[in-house]
Design a protein around this ligand. Sequence first.
Ligand SMILES: *[C@@H]1O[C@H](CO)[C@@H](O)[C@H](O)[C@H]1NC(C)=O
Ligand SMILES: *[C@@H]1O[C@H](CO)[C@@H](O)[C@H](O)[C@H]1NC(C)=O
Ligand SMILES: *[C@@H]1O[C@H](CO)[C@@H](O)[C@H](O)[C@H]1NC(C)=O
Length: 538
Amino acid sequence: MAASKVSGGLKAAMDDVKAKGRWALAAQFSFLVVSAVTLCVLLYAPRFSSAPAPYGATVGFFAPKPSSTSRTSSSAVQLGPPEHGGGGGGDADREGGGAPEQVLDNQVGSPCSSLPNHAICCDRTDYHSDVCFMAGDVRTDAASLSLLLFPPLAAPGGGGGAAADTATVEERIRPYTRKWDGYITKTIHEVTLRSARPEEATAGHHRCDVRHDAPAFVMTAGGYSHNLFHVFNDGFLPLWLTAQHLRRRVVLAALAYNPRWAGTYGEIISGLSAYPVVDLLRDRRTHCFPGAIVGTRYHDYLAVNSTRLRDNKTVVDFHRFLADAYDEHQDDSSGGGKPEATPPPPRRRPRLGIVSRKGRRVIENQAAVAELAASVGFDVDVMETATGAPLSATYASVSSYDALVGVHGADLTTFLFLRPGRAALAQVAPLGISLLSRNLFGVPAARMGLRYEQYDVSAGESSLSRRYPAGHVVVADPARARREQGGKEWDLVEHVYLRGQNVSLDLGRFRETLARLHSRWKEQQQSQVSGADALPRQ
Ligand SMILES: *[C@@H]1O[C@H](CO)[C@@H](O)[C@H](O)[C@H]1NC(C)=O
Ligand SMILES: *[C@@H]1O[C@H](CO)[C@@H](O)[C@H](O)[C@H]1NC(C)=O
Ligand SMILES: *[C@@H]1O[C@H](CO)[C@@H](O)[C@H](O)[C@H]1NC(C)=O
């Protein structure tokens, strides 16, 4: 119950983390940190060249060959006599061992889905991430950043200790979703999972300082945590995918814990877990759990593949999870007097939010675009970014929009806050990054049941047409310009198309996009009146 939130000594560590992150980025790509949200567009670089691929192992830039990572090294290890007399320890399709004590693994067909009690199982079959499960008496060992599995407390002195005679099982894992990305993976702390040695089990070492009655969920608050796309794509969505079926009965044990993370995402964190977060690196006490999950599943860019989940959850359920997290929080802060999620009052005009970026990929004629949208019939809200406003404020704005419009960038991750089956996302794709834009936000938004429009800017609408002479390949044929760079393709994308470009939208052409959004909204209003407003199914 008394898990801790350590607050002392964090600043130095945070600065250290920041400094290291900046150094590494600066050294590799020599650019300056600008702001938390616009930082790190390069982070999805490794896979930018992927086609609009289905789920699975699409190999992108810098990624290792699949053969080196797709090898199965999963192990379903049984230590000692199985509780339920089941046989065949280590067999992926072990069956008939009786009901497992806890279903920690929610993935269909996983080698770890029928974990017997007192066992460690790692599933390393996925291209993106490894995930391990422990069932039994799990205790932390802060000094070695380990989780130790103790034998069941059976007949002391007798055969009970026999379990520990089994060769010590040891697994090591860096819990993050980009195991193909060596650059970031080596910044993730490595956790060791092993069975306690006989002398540890008998000598009364590792007495529990804190006992939890829910399993630990070891995860990291680090990784690419300064970029909203990655915060969701590699953080919260995978966390939810992996543990939502436990309905908050899981204790987050965080690596790289920091108050900024806990503060910025507090509502989401308490949506995932009903307990205080354990700061795994700084809390020296021995925490004891009835089991553990280490690492997360990953399905695709901002995706939930319902066929891989036992309970068939979809990304619409993830949206509902976010909505519950933020709506509940609003209730709390307003004294709890608010009734449940109030349906928005009937409006004459639909609401449209324009994401206002700073520094790069700016809409130069944003004021004119806002006027245009108003003239088409929208109530327009210009959404400033990188203001330091809490994410709950962003949630409140975006969830009220009927349409969200913005240039490609991490802020568009907030499409997750739009109402599925009702709202629309219109993404402006600058020159040279049309496919990247579609893959990162367009495809996921459509999967969530949003209407998706992509507005690909033409050469004349890009500020690059002022920097390069007319007809230059960079503006005239970005696809060819990229191909011609060969191995340096990413440099061109990064320095020119992502960081060196603003847009000035052609108002005549953009009006067509806005008009489509508006007439679709009107049709919807009519169909709602006639009662046909079911959510789309995935
Ligand atoms: C979802 O996962 C299943 C099983 O892994 C896979 O066959 C299917 O292609 C995936 N769905 C999509 C939309 O990619
Ligand atoms: C999930 O979908 C499968 C296949 O359609 C179905 O057999 C199963 O009952 C569903 N499970 C739940 C929990 O809805
Ligand atoms: C884009 O616009 C911003 C804000 O006006 C400006 O600071 C930046 O220099 C512009 N970038 C380019 C490449 O024109």
